[in-house]
Design a protein around this ligand. Structure first.
Ligand SMILES: *[C@@H]1O[C@H](CO)[C@@H](O)[C@H](O)[C@H]1NC(C)=O
Ligand SMILES: *[C@@H]1O[C@H](CO)[C@@H](O)[C@H](O)[C@H]1NC(C)=O
Length: 173
């Protein structure tokens, strides 16, 4: 779809009050490869094992921690143009459901934000349709950035737990 190809549907508007600021919407997709597949190594790797198995999926436990280096792309297909990576970690913060805390940097390596990063820290209660991401800060063109993001599940495979997440960022910088 053209709109998706035009991915960084960026909407640069003059800021109100502060002439130096712009408001921008950036959309991209994050590929959380929990289980490696031929030609696609895992990009979410368990680095600490928790205690209580989750009732809905005993493969996962309260306290499990995963390091991530997830691909970010313009479209939902992993083969669509790459924009960067989400680098950080997440931890399961519930004994009863898949409720995560994520902390990572969105590291852009292509497109208009190449070389810049955005830091986020947020709760991902995976049963919620939309999860909100507070922006912690940024570097490069995003130095001093404020704003928020919305995280939605685009695709989730219950067998191998691989997910594609749709992320919309609403930023002022
Ligand atoms: C991103 O920036 C780096 C450093 O300036 C440059 O080497 C690289 O070619 C750029 N990548 C793209 C896809 O523009
Ligand atoms: C889900 O994962 C399983 C195991 O890797 C795979 O066989 C299946 O094709 C996947 N389903 C989809 C819709 O990709």
């Amino acid at each position: 779809m053209l709109l998706q190809l035009a991915l960084m549907s960026l909407l640069a508007l003059a800021g109100t009050g502060d002439g130096a600021k712009t408001s921008t919407h950036i959309r991209f997709y994050m590929h959380d490869i929990f289980t490696g597949l031929p030609g696609r190594p895992a990009t979410a790797v368990r680095i600490a094992r928790g205690t209580t198995p989750l009732p809905d999926d005993p493969r996962l436990r309260f306290g499990d921690m995963y390091a991530i280096d997830d691909l970010l792309t313009e479209g939902p297909d992993a083969a669509s143009p790459a924009l960067g990576r989400a680098k950080g970690f997440y931890i399961i913060t519930s004994e009863t459901k898949l409720d995560l805390m994520l902390t990572f940097n969105m590291v852009f390596t292509a497109g208009p934000y190449n070389g810049s990063t955005i830091a986020v820290m947020y709760r991902d209660l995976t049963t919620d349709k939309v999860r909100e991401l507070p922006v912690v800060g940024g570097t490069g063109v995003f130095r001093g950035v404020t704003g928020y993001g919305l995280h939605r599940t685009q695709a989730f495979n219950v067998t191998n737990l691989n997910a594609v997440l749709k992320i919309d960022m609403y930023l002022r910088f």
